[in-house]
Design a protein around this ligand. Structure first.
Ligand code: ADP
Length: 486
C-alpha cells in the first residue's frame, strides 16, 4: 500500500518476457513474478520491446492485442524515437509491447558499442514516456539487468528525467553482464549530465558501465538469491564491481526466484508423453524411454540418465563436464545435454560425445518442448555452475522428480541441500570447482540410484514436495516496494 492506502503501482521494465522473448532466467521471472505480485495486491504492469517475432508469437498463442491510440516518443541521439504501444493481458497482467524500428535487429548484440547499446537506452526512455500514452503513472520502475539499467541512470542524471522524481529498483539477475562500452558518443547523445560519468557513478575504467550506473542510481537494488547477494560483494565473484556492490549493500536485498509452477508441472505438462505426480510416478518411466529414443539410445536401459538444460557459457561449468567425460562414461550413466552457446563448449561436448557415443549426447540448440522432456525423462540433473545467481533449472528438475547434482554456489546453495547431511536433503552438492569435486557428488548420486531405489525415491519426493511458488518471494518484493513508498 502507498501512504494514501492505494496499491503500489509498479512498471516492470524488461527486455525478456517468457514465452515470447525468453533467453534465460530473466524471461522466466518476467513471465511469472508479475502475476504473483498482482495476486499479492501490487498494481504491476509490464513493458517490453516487441523484438522480431514477438507479436507473431503472441498472436499464435491466441493473445488478444489492441494498439494504444497514443504513441510514445523518446529523444535520443538528436532524434525522436517513436514506438507504437501494443497492449495485451498476459496471465492477467497488463503488458505493453513497444513496436519500433529500434527493436528490429538481434535481441542481444554480440558486440557492445554505442550503436548496439542504443536500443536499450531508447527502450528505457520510451518506458519512462509510457505513462502519458496509457494514462497510468507508476510509483516505481522495476528494472532488470544491464539492458534496462539506463532507466535508473536517466532518473538520476538525465537533464530532463532527473526533474521527474521517479523511483526505481534494479534487480540483478546476473552481474556477469554489465553493458560496458566506449563513452563516445553515448555521453553527448544520451542526454545524461556529463557528471554522470565519474568513478562514483557510471564510469568504469574509462568505459560506460550501465549496470554500475543502474546500481548506484537506483532507489533500491535486489538480486535473485540471498547467497548471491553476499557473493557479489566479494572480489572473487564480481572483480572490480565488488567495491561498488559493497558500498551499496545497505540498499541490496537477496530475494529467491520462484517458478511458474502451473507451467512447470509434470501433472499437466502438454510437452511430455506421460504425466506423473508425487502419488503416481509411473509416467516418468515413459518419459525416460521417449527421451532415450530421441537420443538414439536403448530406451530400456537400466542406467541413470543425467540431463543438463543450459546455455553453453563459461558460467555453467561445462569444462568440468568434458574433462570428466571418461569418468562419467565409466559410471555407466547416460549424459544428455540440451543447449547452445559458445562454440568452444559445443565443440568440447561434441568431442566427448564422439569419444563416448553410447554415453554422452548433445542436443544442440534452444528447444523449449525438448527441455520439458529432459526435465521429465532424466533421473539426475547436473548443474556444476562456476557461479549461479539463482538458477531455475535445478528447481524445475526437482518439480519433475529429477534429482539435482549442483555446485554449492549462489542460488543453488539456497535451494539444493545434500542428502548426506544429518538432516537429509533433496540432492547432491559439492564445493570444489573442478572435475574431481563434481565427480565426487555425481558418483554418489549414480551409486545411490543404482543401489538403493528406496532412498532414491525418497530424494525424488523430497524435491517434488519443495515449495517453488512465488508466494513468499512476491511478498518480499511487495515489502521492498512499500518500504520505498514510506
Ligand atoms: P540462466 O538464466 O543463467 O540461463 P536459469 O537456470 O536461471 O539459467 O534459467 C534457464 C532457463 O532457460 C530455464 O527455464 C531452462 O529450462 C531454459 N533453457 C536454457 N537453455 C535452454 C535450451 N537450450 N532449450 C530450452 N530451454 C533452455
Amino acid at each position: 500500500m502507498t501512504k494514501s492506502g492505494s496499491a503500489v503501482k509498479v512498471l516492470f521494465v524488461t527486455t525478456e518476457l517468457a514465452p515470447f522473448s525468453k533467453v534465460g532466467g530473466l524471461g522466466d521471472v518476467a513471465g511469472s513474478l508479475p502475476k504473483a505480485l498482482r495476486q499479492a495486491g501490487v498494481d504491476v504492469r509490464v513493458v517490453t520491446p516487441a523484438w522480431p517475432g514477438v507479436l507473431e508469437k503472441a498472436a499464435a498463442a491466441g493473445l488478444k492485442t489492441t494498439t494504444v491510440k497514443t504513441k510514445v516518443y523518446a529523444a535520443y541521439d538528436w532524434r525522436i524515437h517513436k514506438a507504437e504501444v501494443i497492449k495485451a493481458e498476459v496471465k492477467g497482467v497488463p503488458t505493453y509491447f513497444l513496436k519500433a524500428e529500434d527493436y528490429t535487429g538481434d535481441m542481444y548484440p554480440s558486440q557492445l558499442n554505442f550503436w548496439t547499446a542504443s536500443p536499450f537506452a531508447v527502450f528505457c526512455m520510451q518506458a519512462l514516456e509510457l505513462k502519458d500514452a496509457i494514462d497510468w503513472e507508476p510509483d516505481i520502475y522495476h528494472c532488470h539487468d544491464w539492458t534496462s539499467a539506463f532507466l535508473p541512470c536517466a532518473l538520476a542524471w538525465h537533464r530532463h528525467y532527473r526533474q521527474t522524481g521517479g523511483k526505481s529498483i534494479m534487480t540483478l539477475h546476473n552481474v556477469a553482464y554489465q553493458g560496458i562500452f566506449e563513452p563516445s558518443p553515448f555521453l553527448e547523445a544520451s542526454g545524461l549530465e556529463p557528471w554522470s560519468f565519474s568513478s562514483s557513478t557510471m564510469e568504469f575504467y574509462g568505459q560506460v558501465n550501465l549496470l554500475k550506473g543502474g546500481i548506484v542510481a537506483a532507489s533500491a537494488v535486489s538480486t535473485v538469491s540471498p547467497t548471491y547477494a553476499n557473493e557479489i560483494q566479494t572480489y572473487e565473484s564480481t572483480r572490480e564491481l565488488s567495491g561498488i556492490l559493497y558500498q551499496q549493500r545497505s540498499k541490496l536485498r537477496g530475494i529467491l526466484n520462484g517458478l511458474d509452477v502451473k507451467f512447470w508441472d509434470p501433472a499437466g505438462d502438454k510437452e511430455i508423453p506421460a504425466k506423473f505426480t508425487v502419488k503416481d510416478l509411473k509416467g516418468k518411466a515413459a518419459c525416460k524411454r521417449e527421451l532415450l529414443s530421441r537420443a538414439g539410445l536403448d530406451p530400456n536401459t537400466e542406467a541413470p540418465v543425467i540431463v543438463c538444460v543450459s546455455r553453453l557459457v563459461e558460467q555453467k561449468g561445462f569444462d568440468m563436464v568434458f574433462s570428466a567425460a571418461s569418468q562419467i562414461a565409466e559410471t555407466g550413466a547416460k549424459l544428455l545435454i540440451l543447449g547452445s552457446g559458445n562454440d568452444w563448449i559445443e565443440n568440447g561436448i561434441m568431442q566427448a560425445s564422439e569419444a563416448y557415443p553410447q554415453s554422452i549426447k548433445l542436443f544442440k540448440g534452444y528447444d523449449e518442448p525438448l527441455s520439458h522432456l529432459m526435465y521429465a525423462g532424466g533421473d539426475i540433473f547436473l548443474m556444476p555452475s562456476v557461479f549461479e545467481p539463482c538458477g531455475l533449472s535445478q528447481m524445475i528438475s526437482m518439480r519433475y522428480g529429477t534429482v539435482p547434482v549442483v555446485r554449492e554456489v549462489g542460488g543453488l546453495r539456497d535451494t539444493v541441500f545434500d542428502v548426506d547431511r544429518p538432516e537429509g536433503g533433496n540432492g547432491f552438492t559439492f564445493q570444489t570447482c573442478d572435475a574431481e569435486g563434481m565427480m565426487w557428488a555425481l558418483r554418489r548420486a549414480v551409486d545411490r540410484y543404482n543401489n538403493d531405489k528406496t532412498a532414491w525415491k525418497k530424494i525424488m519426493l523430497e524435491g517434488m514436495h519443495e515449495d517453488f511458488t512465488w508466494d513468499k518471494s512476491a511478498g518480499l518484493y511487495k515489502d521492498m516496494y512499500e518500504d520505498l513508498m514510506q
